[in-house]
Design a protein around this ligand. Structure first.
Ligand code: ATP
Length: 233
């Protein structure tokens, strides 16, 4: 579904990603893990077209999307949920969802606000409240829910569990599992390996912009030194 092939990305002259290769299959959930500054966000941004790679290729759903504008990737079905919450604070939860709806979208197919309220009961309870009144975790959920209104076939999720209350982390994990069962592919960046383990099929470990490990949790458990070497655990 998504393939990054030998990607090199820079910020100015700072060389951040070094020959990063990874793939996510249809319906697969892959966790991108690594310390602060390892290059997780840059990898997601490069996949989405927010950072243009200097080398390598990004393929999504059979299309070469290297260097394409993010809205083109979005049209092809790639959804991006940044770490910083992007909601309209003065609009209600319901209005925020409406903003995410694709023009001409048919509620009979794909996501509607009602289906998203079933997925995120916290949002259902607060549908009439202004976005700015929600907790950080609920704003994170709303950002995700709004992205789903565009009916993506794959999500790029930047640290969905970062800085949110444990009960919301649990609700988030449950929602992501439901999305996975519905066949959505996900690439999520995560520092919390416990969270990653509950939802991901596979782990890609980054260190200073280089892929150091790509495999399943069984392989990590068989060689725990992988974690102590590359993660702050
Ligand atoms: P974090 O968990 O802190 O978000 P990360 O693994 O997502 O870490 P990135 O955000 O991809 O890491 O950052 C990788 C490196 O690029 C870091 O050294 C960071 O300081 C640097 N960097 C990030 N954004 C920029 C930018 N806009 N300009 C210059 N350097 C940047």
């Amino acid at each position: 579904m998504l393939e990054l092939d030998a990607i090199d990305s820079f910020y100015g002259e700072a060389h951040i990603l070094r020959s990063v290769t990874l793939s996510v299959a249809r319906g697969e959930v892959v966790a991108l893990v690594g310390r602060n500054g390892a290059g997780k966000t840059t990898t997601l941004k490069t996949a989405m077209g927010l950072v243009r790679p200097r080398k390598g290729r990004v393929t999504f759903a059979g299309h070469d999307i290297t260097g394409l504008a993010p809205w083109r990737a979005a049209r092809l079905g790639l959804g991006y949920v940044p770490e910083e919450r992007r909601i309209f604070k003065d609009l209600t939860v319901a209005e925020n969802l409406e903003v995410g709806r694709k023009a001409g979208a048919d509620d009979a197919e794909g996501w509607s606000a009602e289906r998203l309220y079933a997925l995120f009961p916290n949002l259902a309870e607060r549908r009439g409240q202004k976005g700015g009144r929600l907790s950080g975790g609920e704003q994170q959920m709303l950002t995700l829910a709004r992205t789903l209104m565009g009916n993506p076939s794959m999500l790029l999720l930047d640290e969905p569990s970062e800085g949110i209350a444990p009960v919301i982390v649990e609700a988030m994990a449950e929602a992501l599992l439901t999305l996975k069962r519905a066949g959505l592919a996900v690439l999520l960046s995560e520092q919390n390996l416990g969270f990653a383990r509950t939802i991901a099929d596979r782990v890609v470990l980054l260190e200073t912009g280089t892929v150091r490990f790509d495999g399943d949790f069984a392989a990590i458990d068989a060689d725990p030194a992988i974690l102590s070497r590359y993660l702050a655990v």
